[in-house]
Ligand binder design. Structure first.
Ligand code: PAF
Length: 278
């Protein structure tokens, strides 16, 4: 695997790939890789001839009281995993490489950036969209992959690519879970052993909501309120549990089909995200 931090050098290496007539799949990450990321890298190989990954902890998408400084940086272990997964090029810029000047031009996503995650993390999706746009300009992939665990992020980026007419196919990778159902996440490492034992309740809660909806319960507000109260009675601090339309993440009504239940809840320090489609 070739590792680049310099943008010009990466661009010239990738120009050669294109000259050879090979297509490029790109999977951006913030490092601290787990099996979910590696599954994206393996999927990437099915979509193109050459796989490029990036590792960059993007300050722009973290709020002032979030874990930017604490975010686990595990570069050497990440490189081993990427190499084993068949990644050919790794882009690992420093902050100065990617933000040589203050980023005053930004990608401002529409209304969707203020819903759900956006309400809890103001500015988060602006930071994500801006860095991903920059990464896309640098790598110019044919295909880009993002995990479905970050459901709203995937939607923001899909819409961005569509509205800016970028010639990039966006692929959503299925969430990879531990045997007990917990969605893999870089932030699971913050869980104490007791919290880790409790954590699968989030996925179980979403499964219960799906079951209730499939059985004909359309009182979505009550379902979500009860689920949230139940989680909180087990030590969680729930930011939201909500049944939404898959197509735009707007609040779902009984006549809507293709739903998704999205949730974010704090268990101790970490804030866990999960979702389930109906
Ligand atoms: O999902 C992530 O890890 C990040 O939000 C991303 C897409 C790499 C942008 O920094």
């Amino acid at each position: 695997m070739e590792i680049y931090s310099n943008i010009a050098e990466l661009r010239s290496a990738l120009a050669k790939v294109r000259q050879e007539g090979r297509t490029i799949a790109f999977a951006p990450t913030m490092g601290n890789l787990h099996a979910g990321h590696i599954s994206l890298m393996r999927q990437a190989r099915e979509h193109a001839d050459c796989v490029v990954a990036s590792i960059f902890v993007n300050r722009l998408q973290f709020g002032p009281n979030e874990d930017f400084d604490k975010y686990p940086r595990t570069f050497d272990a990440d490189c081993t995993q990427l190499r084993d997964a068949g990644v050919e090029f790794l882009f690992a810029p420093t902050e100065i490489d990617l933000y040589p000047q203050p980023q005053t031009y930004v990608v401002e996503p529409p209304e969707i950036q203020f819903l759900l995650e956006g309400e809890c993390r103001p500015g988060h999706f602006r930071g994500v969209a801006t860095v991903v746009m920059k990464l896309f300009q640098i790598v110019q992939p044919d295909v880009a992959l993002f995990g479905k665990k970050d459901y709203q992020q995937l939607m923001v980026l899909r819409n961005m690519v569509s509205q800016f007419m970028l010639p990039i196919k966006i692929v959503g990778g299925e969430t990879v879970r531990a045997d007990d159902g917990l969605a893999l996440s870089s932030r699971n490492g913050y869980l104490s052993p007791e919290e880790r034992a409790e954590a699968p309740r989030l996925q179980q809660t979403l499964k219960n909501i799906r079951q209730a909806v499939l059985s004909g319960n359309h009182d979505y507000d009550a379902l979500c309120r009860m689920a949230s109260e139940n989680l909180d009675s087990h030590g969680w601090k729930t930011d939201y549990i909500s049944i939404r339309r898959q197509q735009d993440l707007g609040p779902a009504s009984a006549s809507d089909t293709d739903l998704v239940v999205v949730a974010a809840s704090k268990l101790g320090t970490p804030r866990l995200l999960d979702n389930i489609e109906i």
